[in-house]
Design a protein around this ligand. Sequence first.
Ligand SMILES: *[C@@H]1O[C@H](CO)[C@@H](O)[C@H](O)[C@H]1NC(C)=O
Length: 293
Amino acid sequence: MESIKIFSAIVLFLNSIYAQRIPVLHNGNENQPIDHIPFVASLRLDDVDESYFGKGHFCTGVFISRKNVLTLASCFYQNDALLNPDEVRVVGGTKYKYEQEIQTFSTILNEILIHDNFSRSSLENNIAIGYLTDELPKDNQYVKSINLLSQESPVENLNLKIYGWSLTTRFEESLHLLDGTVVVTAIENCDPAFNKITTTTICAGPYHVNGCETDDGAPLVTEDGILYGLIDARPAGYCSKIITNRLGTYVDISKFYEWILEHNENSAIRGNKISLITILFFVFLLQFNAIFL
Ligand SMILES: *[C@@H]1O[C@H](CO)[C@@H](O)[C@H](O)[C@H]1NC(C)=O
């Protein structure tokens, strides 16, 4: 009996170490569903999803108006070919990947706009807009576009949230939406051996809070919903079941502010300039820390 107890204790201990060290969101807790996040979109291969709701999920995105979803350009390349818009189903208002709820909204795309200067090799300008066939409903609190895009890159040490259907601590895909808090850090902390660093990369840690491959395009936002970035491409195997120490990379959407506005239909988006006062306040806080800590 004693030996079984000791064995279980060791297993639990090892499990907790692994749990901390693989990239997961919300500590990968399968038993703690979060609320609906109305601006999070699930992108799915329509033919796969038709036979099994949720199975077609391949990328994530953000509703930026009632007509448009913002995501990565790389998302639309599957098996080296550019998807046709009518092959892509966009689902909103569902927190359980495999369950349709009453408020679930779903439509296919009628156009995919890839940034002109997107490079599949360097991943520069990895941004795209999908135009929805049906508009988001006007009166559905579970499906809504985000209304603020940041016009500034996030400052270091800023806390931001990420959302996705990432891995759980049991190394399984999550059945419900997960969230996590990351902190923006200097670009040098992101390892170019694991992540493609571009001129628009944001780097954020800690390493065990990260998105996995089907979280590509998922939002990096403030607590009150100001969009700063998208989870950048996570190549196959990025979240393999091994101990990893790579920090996450994100596409800085402020660098594409004009491009997004120019191509966003029915947009209600307003810009969010961080005022000089806010910056001075942060500088003051940093000084204060330096003196007292
Ligand atoms: C793509 O790059 C060219 C050459 O640098 C530039 O003139 C053009 O404005 C860029 N396109 C976009 C959409 O940024």
